[in-house]
Write a protein that binds this ligand. Structure first.
Ligand SMILES: Nc1ncnc2c1ncn2[C@@H]1O[C@H](COP(=O)(O)OP(=O)(O)O)[C@@H](O)[C@H]1O
Ligand SMILES: [Mg+2]
Length: 255
């Protein structure tokens, strides 16, 4: 059985999708059969994962509403070991409430992730921000959680909520481990950013904040804009290397 890792955060815009996409690509480059699953109705994975031109836009939502079979919506990428399950056409819908309640009130997400784990080594789940039903459902069916935290002043106020939620879910899902908090968009030249990082390390348990830090880099933002993981587009970039190192660390833990 493969391992399911959900990338979560209390806030939006803190590097979740960038982390999910690049970790997935880094695992696949290691030769591990990897599936990247998007359950965020915003559907940003579609723009960053390096999908082939003209790919299908249907995905998880279309499967759970009975409009698509799983096989036709698992998309290939430029990496032989990386496949992607987009969130699907819910992205174009004005109202996401139906999607929310379908995920909240059924076991379909668990079923899809369980099926995925039986066929893959690693399943990475990109989630919407916050602690809504979709994120809880994803964590209930995960073995691993990674929390992304951007080094800005509000970071420490919002982090305890997500940590508590992971703890709550781990009380019923005995398989769930918090792999750590990943500092993202880190700027060593920005004193406020350095201060927040130091504060976070001081106030959270020592082994909770990962030593690996993802620096803010122009290449990471450019890669996303160009629709590709930075680990493939600019592998020598420091943010790309951070993601490769993180995949190496996690792969050791997953064994
Ligand atoms: N290491 C980084 N360096 C520069 N820009 C980044 C980095 N990580 C993320 N970004 C940019 O920050 C924005 C938010 O990132 P994203 O991964 O979409 O966050 P989330 O999924 O949490 O909303 C995007 O425009 C993305 O390109
Ligand atoms: Mg996102």
């Amino acid at each position: 059985m493969g391992q399911v890792l959900s990338v979560v955060s209390q806030k939006g815009g803190v590097g979740k999708t960038t982390t999910a996409v690049n970790l997935a690509a880094a695992f696949a480059r290691r030769g591990q059969r990897t599936l990247l699953v998007d359950v965020d109705p915003q559907g940003a994975v579609r723009y960053g994962a390096g999908l082939r031109r003209g790919h299908a836009t249907r995905g998880f939502f279309d499967y759970i509403t009975g409009q698509s079979g799983l096989r036709e919506i698992i998309l290939p990428t430029q990496l032989p070991w990386l496949r992607v399950l987009l969130v699907g056409t819910v992205t174009e819908a004005a109202n996401h409430a139906g999607y929310q309640s379908l995920v909240a009130d059924t076991d379909m997400l668990r079923d899809v992730l369980t099926e995925a784990r039986s066929r893959c080594d690693v399943v990475i789940v990109d989630t919407p921000p916050g602690l809504g039903a979709i994120v809880r459902r994803a964590l209930e069916a995960s073995q691993h959680a990674l929390v992304t935290l951007q080094c800005e002043p509000l970071a420490l106020q919002t982090t305890p909520q997500i940590l508590r939620a992971i703890q709550d879910i781990a009380a019923t899902n005995g398989e769930l481990t918090l792999d750590g908090i990943l500092l993202t968009m880190y700027e060593a030249s920005n004193p406020a950013c350095v201060r927040v990082a130091e504060y976070v390390r001081k106030h959270l348990p020592a082994d909770m904040v990962l030593d690996i830090v993802v620096p803010r880099s122009a290449a990471a933002a450019d890669a996303f804009a160009a629709g590709q993981p930075v680990v493939l587009r600019t592998p020598a970039d420091p943010a790309a290397q951070a993601y490769v190192n993180l995949a190496t660390l996690l792969a050791e833990r997953f064994q």
